[in-house]
Design a protein around this ligand. Structure first.
Ligand SMILES: C[S@@+](CC[C@H](N)C(=O)[O-])C[C@H]1O[C@@H](n2cnc3c(N)ncnc32)[C@H](O)[C@@H]1O
Length: 356
């Protein structure tokens, strides 16, 4: 989901394009990227507000997210949350301890409140390639898990991976969360992992989730709630760039070669051209969920510096090398200090909300 800075967006995009276009963009490099972004920018400008405009935007989102996390990592580098030390930090922030992620934490919390697992049915919104549902199945969370995503390519792959793992309790559906309509009272828990920030009609989605949950059911989100369309604050950019630019150059190399340029605030047109759904109304998620549900837990995962600061380069930090570990930990400490001082916010959160 990261938008790598400037010219290197080319490589992000190349990793996300469907096969023939991908091949072409890799060969033509920067020119292909510029043409592609120019074409989408022109098309989205001309078609803005029309039915055709909405349809082409949906097509683009579906096409982008068909690429697997592994394919994207080849071009963009490891996703920042995938690094073992970042993952450990996020587990601690999600649950209070390094050996439990936010889902184990939720299951333990609900068990302490008298819930019995597996529950009958859960739903996963914007499930992508299905990593969350396979994880929930192995945790014994539900007898049946439904996953929904706009991208038919992602759903196809999620189905294949679930079948390969012998997980017959997972069912996948292609569907648009901008026009969500789920069975009434059918679900005990609705999960969203990094998908609600792709949705514009947040009230419509919350109404649909509320209707889909049985009374007392849970809406659980792990979300990007930072600036809309990645319009980073000056403080974010200043502190992340000061830290990253002081790193030895070997830490700033991109997977396809070259040193990563300084992350900057993208233009809205660039954002829309790369992914029309990216962080479309992310800053409104917390307030919207609170209007429709009773939030019983919000945990701040941070990310206001680390997300973009480590984007494309996190794989250069060896989790076994003391120097690399010390540098990452210094970056973690900087983010924690600035959050505590109120200089930056927490761009990522987990939310547990009850449908009363
Ligand atoms: C950042 S990915 C997260 C995927 C998965 N939940 C995960 O954490 O790996 C965002 C997902 O939201 C999906 N998405 C974007 N807009 C959507 C929409 N309007 N309806 C359904 N899914 C959508 C994308 O196709 C993509 O799979």
């Amino acid at each position: 989901m990261s938008l790598a800075p400037r010219i290197d967006v080319l490589r992000d995009l190349a990793g996300r394009l469907p096969a023939p276009l991908d091949q072409w963009a890799r060969t033509c490099g920067r020119t292909a990227y510029r043409l592609n972004v120019f074409a989408w920018r022109a098309l989205s400008g001309v078609l803005r507000g029309s039915v055709l405009g909405r349809w082409t935007a949906r097509m683009r989102v579906s096409q982008l997210w068909a690429a697997s996390p592994e394919e994207r990592a080849k071009a963009e580098g490891m996703y920042w949350m995938g690094h073992p030390l970042v993952a450990r930090r996020l587990r601690v922030k999600s649950s209070g301890r390094p050996d439990a992620d936010g889902y184990i934490h939720l299951k333990e919390r609900l068990t302490a409140e008298g819930w019995r697992f597996p529950v009958a049915r859960v739903l996963s919104l914007g499930c992508g390639h299905g990593g969350l549902e396979r994880g929930l199945a192995s945790l014994g969370v539900a007898e049946r898990i439904d996953g929904i995503d706009l991208s038919s390519g992602a759903i196809q792959e999620a189905r294949r991976l679930a079948a390969e793992a012998g997980l017959g309790q997972i069912e996948y559906h292609v569907g648009d969360l901008e026009r969500a309509d789920f069975a009434e009272g059918a679900f005990d828990i609705v999960f969203a992992h990094q998908s609600v920030h792709h949705i514009e009609d947040l009230d419509g989605l919350c109404r649909a989730v509320r209707r889909a949950l049985r009374p007392g059911g849970i809406f659980h989100l792990n979300e990007f709630v930072g600036p809309d369309r990645f319009q980073w604050t000056d403080a974010q950019l200043h502190h992340m760039n000061a830290f990253v630019e002081a790193l030895p150059v070997r830490f700033r190399r991109m997977p396809l070669g070259g040193v990563r340029p300084r992350p900057a605030r993208p233009t809205i047109a660039q954002m829309i051209a790369v992914d029309p759904s990216e962080a479309i109304r992310s800053s409104a998620i917390l307030a919207t969920v609170r209007r429709h549900f009773r939030v019983v837990e919000q945990r701040q995962l941070g990310g206001a510096l680390l997300h973009i600061g480590l984007s494309g380069i996190v794989q250069n930090f060896d989790a076994q090398a003391p120097e690399d570990v010390a540098l990452l930990e210094a970056f973690f400490a900087l983010e924690d200090r600035l959050m505590a001082e109120g200089v930056i916010g927490s761009d990522f959160v987990t939310l547990t909300a009850v449908r009363d």
